[in-house]
Design a binder for this molecule. Structure first.
Ligand code: ADP
Ligand code: MG
Length: 724
């Protein structure tokens, strides 16, 4: 039975296509004129990152529905989803009782019986499906009561005329692909488009060597696309859902091989570069000791040692600093920056939001106060004379440290001698953005940071070309937050608890989910809750609101009130996830917790209990959250370590969940899931190794095609630009 639950994978912007990156303007491989695509459609698809037939084909179905095996009408039962086949015996359109409602009613018949079919607000159907038309329809059978008694009927089925050959088309009488929205297209028009593309002649050059395909038992590229979109009638539905068909495995293998190839080659190339050299002895001397606010944890000490070793060697550093929220990554980065700057280089620290950049800037200034080193903040709110001053200072070298957002790599920004680029919350940035910051220097050292846990078994295989430092220790006195899942019935007790904490001088958060596709709605939920809290349970307290749609000035104002301790309760959308550091915060209430990913929740709860007091994270589960969602939340009650959580979440989800991998750090793939496809990942790695050796025997022409393809893949994965 196809999965009919409401949960679905949120749409992601596809990575820029390799083809698009190579292409200046329209070209034979472009979309215009293919499969009936006009200029407007080509443009909207282009804006969504789809510039070629191949790009389009990579928009793979998010799931499949079994609409095979039309059922005899006499055999139908209520509440079944079925495909039926029959002839329209009668059809008429009429207006409904409600104004503006059009009802089209038809009677469908086959050899065994009749079925009433009803559509709403599609009055044209009566014209396009006249009496005598033979159709396939797919929908849910329901029991409908009329004056004459109960009867079976089908409401608003998807319908398709039977073609002269007796088949359905793209939408019925087969295993049907279901797509996530793409540009302005919903599932059915995308399906029609894919069908046309795959039906017509299209040519995609094979790029994997034939020897590899045959040894791995994988189909060619075209066949793989055809079967992944429109699987043949005898395909196993379970294999489709779990992406185990030969077609899927081919596409997965290709993605994994591309990554492994890039990791292999780019690390080798980078090691041959000559970059900025920061002397280790001087870096680790008294200078740093003077500014240190606390004793470093052992993990911080180890990470710094690794960083200094890297920076002291001629090849540029490419290091990933991985550590739970609150493990003290920022301090490590700042010390590396200080060492670099102390020896005459510049350092830039890039954060994903203005709020975060401002906060980190303040911390950096505090840390450097005694040194005389100059830091500047650069975000899009820094304008006018101040912006000119900062740009001049960075270009001349007079300003040695910059903290900022995307502003740091804009065209007009130049650095006199960038020696270190730090990228915080690296997964929040696109490949290109990270690369553009790095390109502001001449082979600068690069430190990227992330708190997203991924299972250890996987880390090195994915991050293969980065060197890894792990902060596996929290600063002294910090304990993980106590986590509890609650539902609406506990609302009053939760509120009482919040008041008690606030009365004790603590700050508390209420966090609302923010999901891209319903951003406006989600913001409204936060705004409404804020008003409700203010009027009701928290009347006597000082509240503030923070969400992404507020102006930078308003956000900064809320943050300032929060920092000063004036605000006791902050109502926020997920902006706080991004590293807000408030030592007095003790409780985090997460509303609609089931709508968050576990990785995100884990990071959220790291935000409370930082000042030595016990932190609490209360996960409010909605009444309509399914059992599965609830079970996942319980993992957070039990497990405190992010890596353990990542493994457990994976085990619980089982197979075939691309969203899950994205959450734990596998984004960037379109179908591969390095956790699920671990065995293939290992084989892809082995193949990448074989393909670089001189012994590998290519068939004529194969090597050139493979290398051309691999260099376009490099655009997706190259220069440490992956995954978070
Ligand atoms: P991360 O960026 O890894 O989430 P932060 O760098 O924001 O963590 O550090 C969390 C908090 O811990 C900050 O308030 C920071 O000042 C403090 N901190 C960092 N290192 C130490 C340490 N060695 N001892 C005590 N407190 C520390
Ligand atoms: Mg941080």
């Amino acid at each position: 039975m196809p999965n009919r639950s409401k949960s679905f994978t949120p749409p992601v912007t596809p990575p820029p296509s390799p083809a698009a990156s190579r292409r200046g303007g329209p070209s034979p491989e472009g979309l215009l004129g293919r499969a009936g695509i006009g200029p407007a459609r080509a443009k909207s698809l282009g804006a969504a990152g789809v510039a070629s037939i191949e790009d389009l084909l990579w928009w793979l179905p998010s799931r499949y529905e079994d609409r095979r095996h039309p059922r005899p009408l006499a055999s139908l039962k209520p509440d079944e989803w079925v495909c039926v086949h029959g002839e329209i015996r009668a059809i008429k359109a009429r207006r409904g009782a409600r104004k503006g409602l059009h009802i089209t009613e038809a009677l469908l018949a086959d050899e065994t019986g009749n079925l009433h079919v009803v559509w709403f607000n599609q009055p044209w159907l009566a014209m396009s499906l006249p009496q005598g038309t033979e159709i396939f329809a797919y929908g849910k059978v329901s029991l409908f009561s009329t004056r004459a008694g109960l009867r079976l009927q089908m409401d608003s089925p998807e319908v398709e005329k039977v073609s002269p050959g007796g088949d359905g088309g793209a939408h019925t009488n087969r295993i049907v692909p279901i797509y996530r929205k793409l540009a302005d297209l919903s599932a059915r028009p995308i399906r029609s488009l894919m069908f046309k593309v795959l039906e017509g002649p299209f040519q995609l050059e094979e790029r994997l060597p034939s020897r590899l395909l045959s040894q791995e038992g994988l189909p060619g590229l075209e066949e793989a696309f055809r079967n992944a979109h429109f699987p043949s009638g005898d395909t196993d539905i379970h294999a489709l859902e779990t992406r185990c068909t030969a077609a899927h495995r081919r596409l997965i293998f290709e993605e994994l091989l591309g990554l492994q190839w890039v990791l292999r080659t780019s690390k080798g190339e980078r090691e041959a570069l000559v970059g900025v050299v920061v002397d280790k002895q001087r870096a680790t001397g008294d200078f740093l000791r003077q500014i240190l606010p606390f004793h470093l944890t052992n993990a911080q000490r180890r990470a710094l040692r690794e960083i200094f070793d890297d920076m002291a060697s001629p090849a540029p550093m490419y290091r990933l600093l991985h550590g739970e929220v609150g493990s003290g990554k920022t301090l490590v980065a700042f010390l590396a920056m200080a060492a670099c700057v102390h020896q005459g280089f510049q350092a830039a620290f890039m954060a994903p939001t203005e709020v975060l950049a401002a906060q980190q800037f303040r911390k950096l200034e505090e840390l450097m106060a005694s040194t005389g080193l100059k830091a500047a903040l650069l975000t899009s709110s820094v304008i006018g004379t101040e912006r000119r001053r900062v740009l001049r200072g960075l270009a001349s070298g007079e300003i040695s440290m910059a903290v900022g957002t995307h502003s740091l790599f804009q065209e007009k920004v130049a650095y006199a001698r960038l020696g270190l680029a730090v990228i915080d919350e690296q997964h929040r940035f696109g490949v290109e953005q990270r690369a553009r910051l790095v390109a502001k220097g001449t082979n600068p050292n690069v430190l990227v940071m992330t708190a997203t846990p991924i299972p250890r078994s996987l880390a090195m295989t994915i991050y293969g070309d980065l060197d890894l430092s792990v902060l596996d220790e929290l600063p002294p006195g910090r304990q993980p937050a106590i986590t509890a899942v609650r539902d609406e019935s506990a609302r009053h007790r939760v509120e009482t608890f919040l008041r008690k904490e606030m009365d004790a001088g603590r700050q508390v958060f209420a966090v609302f989910p923010l999901v891209e596709e319903s951003e406006a709605l989600d913001v409204r939920a936060a705004v409404e809750a804020y008003a409700r809290f203010q009027a009701g349970p928290f009347r006597a307290y000082r509240l503030a609101l923070l969400h992404g749609r507020m102006s930078a000035a308003k956000k900064e104002e809320a943050m300032a009130r929060l920092r000063s301790g004036e605000v006791q309760l902050l109502v926020a959308t997920t902006v706080v996830e991004l590293g807000v550091d408030l030592p007095e915060a003790s409780v985090m209430v997460v509303e609609h917790a089931e709508r968050f990913g576990l990785a995100q929740l884990h990071q959220l709860r790291g935000r409370v209990g930082r000042g030595g007091q016990r932190g609490y994270c209360i996960l409010m589960r909605s009444t309509d959250a399914g059992a599965e969602g609830a079970e996942r939340l319980v993992l957070l009650e039990k497990l405190r370590d992010g890596f353990a959580l990542a493994e457990a979440d994976l085990a619980l989800r089982g197979e075939g969940d691309p969203a899950g991998t994205r959450q734990w750090g596998g984004n960037g793939f379109r179908v591969a899931n390095p956790l699920r496809d671990f065995d293939m990942l290992e084989r892809a790695r082995e193949w990448a190794r074989r393909l670089v050796t001189a012994e590998f025997q290519w068939e004529p022409g194969e090597e050139g095609r493979f290398r051309t393809w691999a260099s376009s893949v490099r655009y997706l994965w190259g220069s440490f630009g992956r995954i978070g």
